[in-house]
Design a protein around this ligand. Structure first.
Ligand SMILES: Nc1nc2c(ncn2[C@@H]2O[C@H](COP(=O)(O)OP(=O)(O)OP(=O)(O)O)[C@@H](O)[C@H]2O)c(=O)[nH]1
Length: 415
């Protein structure tokens, strides 16, 4: 899912991202619509970004057909007025993936409007949780049930404002979205930033996030990063000592690096087993956060590299920019993290943390509402005239029946 303020390049990103995929065939919208497709902002005919959802609070379903999905990612670029789910079945190495790209309308307007727009996004994410919850409650679960969850929300940050970093509105939105989804910060239109500006901006965003307790998805935990750093410097020291001879062993011991590394907690046993190359990749990805991306040229403009090969890029009077060149921007790294190296980790966090948290909150809320309903019933019974309390009147219920929060009738056995 992409989210953020209007005009930052979210749709352009989705289109460029699509250009990097190997689509097998397009999954028809009907397949997804039965289980999860939902339009965040109401009916497609309603063009207002602040239009309400259906009365029951669940966003109405709007299926996207195969044709629509392709048209969306290849047609003319227009402002996103309604959210859009594009579904693709892709080949990623040896894996076959059902990938859903969710575009959302950009935030615009007063704080109140932005907050209600954020509500819509949250409701959408929670709606996907509800679908999983409903599936889990079934006696016979559907073995072919589609993975509905939003595993990553790429949050686009504006870099045109004079104040570097996150705006107050970004902070408010990020704090809320971060309770429900893996957040990955993105700086779009990277071609408009120099290397120094980009570096400064990244630092400012991370500082603002840390100061405001906003947690982005960690490609590598700080503990593991520290461990890796110590390991590296230890390796370097060892190399230096072997070059200089045995006399310098003591110096290495004095540094205490080896011990320090071993003293680190043992609760990262799984991480210890990771292949060093994977650790390197994790560390590199973490160093890129927030990811700077550049979208390809729009309106069918063909861009060729110096060898005449057509590429996803942008052409300037001074040269050609390749969106997938890691020297130009972080798009290729982000793509590989989302679809390959961190795909599983993102999914595990979604189910193991965000979904579980939502499920617990929901169950607790249900229990509480049942308790309140029960207390109210008891109070009503106590206030009833004496002859009704003794069972001689119309009250024939021996045990209280409670209407649960879901509307289901539950008995005292449920307490
Ligand atoms: N120079 C440059 N322009 C870009 C880039 N990405 C997008 N744009 C331009 O920025 C404008 C807005 O892009 P969109 O992709 O529509 O932005 P959006 O965030 O989806 O906007 P909303 O639909 O309002 O939410 C378009 O004119 C794009 O061509 C980029 O990497 N570099």
């Amino acid at each position: 899912m992409v989210a953020g303020f209007t005009g930052l390049g979210k749709t352009s990103f989705i289109r460029t991202f699509y250009g990097t995929l190997n689509p097998r065939s397009l999954v028809t919208g009907g397949l997804k619509s039965k289980t999860s497709s939902a339009n965040l902002l109401g009916d497609a005919s309603n063009k207002s970004p602040t239009s309400p959802t259906s009365p029951n609070g669940i966003p109405p379903v709007r299926p996207n057909g195969a044709k629509e999905s392709v048209a969306y990612v290849t047609g003319q670029l227009v402002r996103t007025m309604n959210s859009f789910e594009a579904l693709f079945e892709i080949d990623e190495g040896i894996d076959k993936i059902n990938l859903t790209l969710v575009d959302t309308p950009g935030f615009v307007g007063t704080d109140e409007v932005i907050d209600s727009h954020c509500d819509e996004i949250l409701r959408y994410i929670e709606y996907q949780f509800d679908l999983t919850l409903a599936e889990e409650r079934k006696v016979r679960r559907n073995p072919k049930a589609i993975d509905n969850q939003i595993h990553a929300c790429l949050y686009f940050i504006d870099h045109s404002s004079p104040r570097l970093g996150l705006s107050d509105a970004d902070i408010r939105v990020l704090k809320r979205l971060g309770t429900r989804v893996n957040l990955i910060p993105v700086i779009a239109r990277g071609d408009t930033l120099t290397r120094a500006q980009n570096k400064k901006l990244k630092r400012a965003i991370l500082n603002d996030a840390a100061q405001n307790q906003i947690e982005f998805f960690q490609f590598m935990s700080s503990k593991l990063a520290k461990k890796l750093l110590l390991q590296k410097s230890e390796d370097q020291k060892k190399k230096r000592i072997s070059r200089q001879g045995p006399g310098d062993d003591e110096e290495a011991a004095e540094q205490g690096l080896t011990n320090e590394t071993e003293e680190e907690d043992d609760d990262d046993e799984d991480e210890e087993d990771w292949d060093p190359e994977y650790l390197e990749e994790k560390s590199h990805l973490q160093s890129l956060v927030p990811f700077t991306v550049i979208a390809q040229e729009e309106d069918g403009v063909e861009v060729q590299d110096e060898n005449g090969k057509i590429i996803q890029g942008r052409e300037f009077p001074w040269g050609v920019l390749n969106c997938l060149d890691s020297k130009h921007c972080d798009l290729a790294n982000l793509r590989s993290a989302l679809l390959s190296s961190h795909r599983q980790e993102l999914k595990e966090l979604t189910y193991g943390y965000f979904y579980e948290k939502y499920r617990t909150e929901k169950l607790l809320a249900r229990t509480k509402s049942q308790q309140i309903a029960h207390q109210q019933q008891q109070q009503q019974q106590q206030q009833q005239p004496h002859h009704l309390k003794n069972g001689s009147g119309s009250s024939h219920l021996r045990s209280p029946v409670i209407i649960g929060s879901s509307g289901a009738i539950v008995g005292p056995w449920e307490k």
